[in-house]
Design a protein around this ligand. Structure first.
Ligand code: AP5
Length: 218
């Protein structure tokens, strides 16, 4: 059973819908939404040293060094409110760092939701994704277009296409996912906190499936 002190990791390949679902779950469960991708894009947009360091990794679809993302997550975790983690951890080393960070707060990972989607779905979703440059809300020109072309429904910000959503970079991100990130599934399976959800259907259906697996005792 989850509550507003739980720590839920949404796990899956690029385009699985982690950001979309994390936003909804954080709102419904009153949890923080911590997205390492959004935090890094914010650093990039502000031209900080960290953003400059992350730029080449992100644009080529490679992972930013573990210590860098771990520092950002550590700064966002709260002592008295749980979180939905979106895009972190992405290596076994990051999973171990997370365990240490949570142990300092006397908690552990409540559940890791593995979102399963086919590679064809990933490529289709990412080629039509647009993001708000202000509030980071994701849109999809096919399944979830904005009311006014190029403008965010929520805050009026300008929508843009991510540099790393070009087809060749998406293929690289999928390779990186298989090689460096997928081993994290086994790590959490052994810890007994892994649940899997088929994430191909409409957004609302996927949300209900996630809430349903989270309400079952692990
Ligand atoms: P990040 O931003 O985390 O990218 P990602 O994990 O590759 O995930 P995406 O944002 O592409 O997809 P998503 O699963 O969130 O799907 P979304 O909901 O947006 O990371 C970017 C880069 O930053 C990395 O490559 C790396 O360089 C670096 N980085 C980040 N974290 C790091 C870490 N921990 N360590 C090291 N480096 C790190 O949905 C995608 C599209 O599909 C949207 O258009 C959406 O509207 C649509 N959609 C969603 N759900 C559905 C549905 N059910 N049906 C139809 N359409 C849907």
């Amino acid at each position: 059973m989850v509550d507003n002190t739980s720590v839920i990791v949404l796990f899956g390949p690029p385009g699985a819908g982690k950001g979309t679902q994390a936003e909804i779950l954080a709102r419904r469960l009153n949890l923080l939404h911590i997205s390492t991708g959004d935090l890094l894009r914010d650093e990039l947009a502000r031209g900080t040293e960290l953003g400059k360091l992350a730029k080449s990794y992100m644009e080529s679809g490679e992972l930013v060094p573990d210590e860098v993302v771990a520092r950002m997550v550590a700064a966002k975790l709260s002592k008295n409110r749980g979180a939905v983690l979106d895009g972190f951890p992405r290596t076994v080393n990051q999973a171990e760092i997370l365990q240490t960070l949570l142990a300092e707060r006397n908690v552990g990972v409540t559940a890791v939701v593995e979102m399963q989607v086919a590679d064809e779905t990933v490529v289709r979703r990412l080629s039509s994704r647009y993001i708000c440059s202000v509030c980071q809300t994701p849109y999809n020109l096919t399944t979830n277009p904005p009311k006014v072309e190029g403008v965010c429904d929520r805050c009026g910000g300008r929508l843009y296409q991510r540099e790393d959503d070009r087809p060749e970079t998406v293929m690289r991100r999928l390779r990186v996912y298989r090689e460096q990130t997928e081993p994290v599934v086994e790590y959490y399976r052994r810890k007994g906190v892994l649940v899997s959800v088929e994430a191909e259907g409409p957004v609302e259906e996927v949300t209900e499936k996630i809430l349903s697996v989270l309400s079952d005792p692990l």
